[in-house]
Design a protein around this ligand. Sequence first.
Ligand SMILES: Cc1cc2nc3c(=O)[nH]c(=O)nc-3n(C[C@H](O)[C@H](O)[C@H](O)COP(=O)(O)OP(=O)(O)OC[C@H]3O[C@@H](n4cnc5c(N)ncnc54)[C@H](O)[C@@H]3O)c2cc1C
Length: 471
Amino acid sequence: MAENTHDVVIIGGGPGGYPAAIRGAQLGLKVAVVEKEKLGGICLHKGCIPTKALLESAEHLYHARDESSAFGVVATDVSFDYAQVLNRKSQVVAQLHKGVQGLLKRNKVDVFFGTGTLTSPQTVHVESSAGGQDLSADNVVIATGSRPRSLPGLEIDGKAVISSDHALELTTLPESVIILGAGAVGVEWASLLHDFGVAVTVVEIMPTLVPLEDKDIGKELGRSFKRRGITVKTDAKLLVESLRTNEDAVTVDIEVKGKQESLHADVLLVAVGRIGNTEDLGLDALGIKSEGGIIPVDGYGRTNVPHVYAIGDVAGGFLLAHKATAEGHIAMEHLAGESSFPLDPLRVPRATYCRPEIASIGLLEEEAAAQGRDVKVGRFPFAALGKALIKGQTEGFVKMVCDAKTDEILGTHVIGPGATDIVAEMGLAQMLEATPLEVGLNIHPHPTLAEAIMEASWDVDRRAVHVFRRR
Ligand SMILES: Cc1cc2nc3c(=O)[nH]c(=O)nc-3n(C[C@H](O)[C@H](O)[C@H](O)COP(=O)(O)OP(=O)(O)OC[C@H]3O[C@@H](n4cnc5c(N)ncnc54)[C@H](O)[C@@H]3O)c2cc1C
């Protein structure tokens, strides 16, 4: 017999689960969250927040050490204290953790600490060190997130071969690191570790870094990383069987265009993607589909079994916190019978917080072309932008991909300073189906980084005045 009756039980209290719980409470639902570790999930404790806090320290170091003299600021003997870097990171996490706990409490969400398993589409068993209990609900939302994955035969031992989770636990930095995988997680760590003085080699099997992004963006990041002194190996396959490790060193061979070379470092950081936490949820017994750690859902988060929703990383698509949060809102409004809009994956912005930053939304140029669209592109380089020059950050560009026949903005791709902030404008523009002309007519404050968006939109129809185009 289920001991507690709720309208909704959410399994997992990450950025998918906990905001969904709050939204449910706002809608008048009696909501429970089951969490086996800490509220806030990977994003707060092992992902978005702690890594960005480290990146911020790395950025301060880089500015003081490498750039300040150009700004007329004399910073001599610049050094860093990694213990304080970690301390600050932990303070940021702790403050936000407290905030999440407080918000759930104030919204009267019942939190059960323990591991949740579905025993029917409307009952969840919670197992904790204190014992077990059953919760019943009209609907269950699975928000159990994901964990790092590896390659077949490549064991992550947490010492010489580590995941991004282990990287956060390092109390002293290695002298050198090989990073396997140049997706968002790999290049963020590459950027920050390099700024802290670690010798970084990035190994990526695809031809460009950030292979899920527009090819021009990946190429630009590769050039930037090389200029900084990061060793970049693209088209490079790591030969797992060649790996030799001991407590404080790794040697491994890679194959680049048919040729083998050997790499040596203190650690190998594996960042080849993540796998959804679907095991032990009892899905098979209930006929809830899951494929390779992902639960297929529709635009409202509904699984193939009535009353069971899935949101966030475990529901696949872009593995991003804001996607998880958006899906949580949509699922709660849907199950509460409120009007809601299904998730449109083309409206999920992507963000990568290396230097230079990368952000995008919508279709890549190559995807648009593959769909048979007649593509026209507007571009604007940060090197031509006053604010970028003022900041001393002139790498990168904005690229806007539009349909030449309909004037629809299909995608926007940014690499450069402030990319992750300024791309938000394009989320709104694309949602409201603005044309490039309308984005350009939106008067942008000067001098700002956001002007690069305006200029790129003008450039789609060759109206930009701050770039010269031969007529
Ligand atoms: C290094 C790194 C950096 C990242 N940076 C960013 C970024 O800057 N921006 C961004 O948007 N995204 C970023 N991400 C991705 C982001 O962290 C995830 O997309 C997001 O956390 C997914 O949210 P979620 O709620 O689906 O799952 P999670 O955050 O994984 O939360 C799931 C929760 O469920 C709990 N749980 C699992 N199974 C059970 C169970 N059976 N019972 C009870 N509880 C359970 C877990 O303990 C966890 O707390 C980053 C990820 C990593 C690894």
